[in-house]
Ligand binder design. Structure first.
Ligand code: MSP
Length: 509
């Protein structure tokens, strides 16, 4: 049995979640569910990032203290994740005492190791990014992402000696080829390091909303510097060495492409400075776009899109939780950017879910009812569907292992299509009841059983429903995959017709 520790970035709690935040979370959830299905010991964490200038500003704008505001917003994230059936094992808030403890311990080790020193910092700052920009990297003095004018900041700060890790980082990348995936993103991080690393300012005196610096109480840590450490807080760094040893070598961060530098350069260097092996693997996802721009709350605030069109709970109510999850996982390869639209969700829904999967389950139930007295027959060991099904389970498993839910679902739905084609070739609805019909229907039910297991990380509730309808006991995700995803295990059972799983969407959106 393997181990798999998967993390999402912790979301800024200055505002409520949108479907872009749901994108990373749903992908991480499906990967966690896949690994549980595969029989691995899994820890899956998410949470909220609650310090920093942006948070303090948002709280003030809403007439609340930062603590009150982050309580409210953090709860919105929990509600959204509960609505989307996100199976996290831990939800961290960076304002929790356990996080303060881990941050202070971890950074004290780096300080004692001599990698932190005091200096004056002057630069252009974007509060939305909580990050400095050089003039060259800015868009004529504005933030290239948020298009707001950058503010000039000058402070006496504590600095982390990132420059001391340039060679070690490059060597680490050279000796750990799979450290960052996809390859294009790995190359981006690599060229950034090759371009030379500057030391980074890691504390602030201009704000008080942050984790206090233990050796200099006038300062709080810069929000990014405390946030990254959350991945260690959750596994008990500074409190439980065994848990750290148990999970850290199996750690995987799923992150958006704009936070690559923090996770793929700063963070491994911070770990090295603290005498800890860097995170095992970082997978970088692209953005959901609207009209080519990164989807975000500001779009709604500026009137470009309706809030309900990018709000996860509203979308799940409109399309169903599992169809929304399916769309987020299936539409775009995890690593690429993808255009998000309501029409896109409806098209995916109608093509894959209503016409392909829903149709298969409905027609099999109808034929079993009319030709097999409602009892699902056993599959044949020499079915022509068997080879397709076996190739599918192997390809889908490989794709899930490689952080490619889109590919895993694509091949799974090819099996759905092949099963529909198998039914059309044999046309059991035209046959008289008897062994020939039984053979075809047993095979189709076995293919459905395998499909149900394969879709369970993506659409857990739909999978459970199909599982039950074809008369199976237990749950589609109980695994272990290697034992249950073998052709021929459908034991027969009562098959229920039931209402349409995915009624077609015909209305205008
Ligand atoms: N708080 C930091 C992360 C700290 S992790 C130690 C942060 N928060 S965020 O809320 O701005 O973004 C969190 C994640 O949501 C990022 O991975 C980001 O890429 C993702 N997304 C936000 N909008 C997105 C899209 N439109 N599309 C895809 N993912 C997006 O950065």
């Amino acid at each position: 049995m393997g181990r798999f520790y998967i993390t999402t970035p912790i979301y800024y709690a200055n505002d409520a979640p949108h479907v872009g935040s749901a994108y990373t979370t749903v992908n991480a959830d499906a990967l966690a569910r896949w690994h549980r299905l595969a029989g691995d010991d899994v820890k899956f964490m998410t949470g909220t990032d609650e310090h920093g200038q942006k948070m303090a500003d948002a709280a003030e704008k809403n007439g609340k203290s930062p603590a009150e505001w982050t309580d409210l917003m953090s709860e919105r994230f929990r509600e959204a994740w509960s609505a989307l059936n996100i199976s996290y094992d831990d939800f961290i808030r960076t304002t929790e005492p356990r996080h303060y403890e881990t941050v202070q311990k971890f950074l004290s080790v780096i300080y004692e190791n001599g990698y932190i020193y005091k200096d004056v910092y002057k630069g252009l700052y974007c509060v939305s990014c909580e990050d400095y920009y050089t003039l060259e990297a800015s868009d004529n003095g504005s933030c290239p992402i948020h298009h707001r004018v950058l503010t000039e900041m000058e402070e006496e700060n504590w600095f982390f000696q990132l420059s001391a890790f340039e060679d070690r980082l490059i060597e680490f990348y050279d000796t750990h080829p799979g450290f960052v995936t996809p390859e294009t993103k790995r190359n981006e991080a690599y060229s950034f390091m090759k371009g030379g690393l500057k030391d980074i300012s890691i504390t602030r005196t201009s704000i008080t909303w942050g984790v206090p610096v233990p050796w200099d109480e006038r300062h709080v840590f810069y929000v990014w510097y405390d946030a990254l450490i959350n991945y260690l807080t959750v596994i008990g760094y500074g409190r439980d060495d065994e848990e750290v040893a148990r999970w850290w070598p199996h750690s995987n961060h799923l992150i958006g492409k704009e936070i690559l530098r923090f996770h793929c350069v700063w963070w491994p260097a911070m770990c090295m400075a603290a005498g800890l092996e860097p995170v095992h693997h970082v997978h970088v996802n692209g953005w959901l776009l609207v009209g080519g721009e990164k989807l975000g709350k500001t779009m709604a605030a500026e009137g470009g899109v309706k809030v309900s069109d990018i709000e996860p709970i509203a979308l799940s109510q409109e399309f169903g939780v599992d169809p929304l999850r399916y769309y987020l996982l299936r539409e775009t390869a995890l690593g690429n950017d993808g255009e998000f639209s309501l029409e896109g969700i409806a098209a995916r829904y109608n093509t894959d879910l209503a016409n392909n999967l829903g149709n298969l389950v409905a027609r099999v139930a109808a034929v079993v009812s009319s030709k097999c007295a409602g009892v699902g027959p056993l599959p044949q060991s020499d079915s022509t569907l068997r080879a397709v099904a076996e190739a599918t389970t192997a390809k889908a498993a490989e794709a899930w292992e490689n952080f490619a839910p889109q590919r895993a679902l694509e091949v799974t739905f090819d099996l759905v299509g092949a099963t529909n084609a198998y039914l059309e070739t044999h046309a059991p609805w035209k046959m008289e009841p008897g062994s020939a019909v039984d053979a075809v229907m047993g095979d189709a039910l076995e293919a459905i059983r395998l499909v149900t297991i394969l879709i369970s990380p993506a659409m857990p509730s739909v999978a459970e429903e199909i599982w039950r309808r074809i008369g199976l006991r237990g749950a589609p995700d109980s695994g272990p995959f290697g034992a249950v995803a073998t052709w021929g295990l459908y034991p027969g059972g009562p098959v229920e017709k039931g209402a349409s799983l995915f009624p077609r969407i015909t209305s205008e959106l």
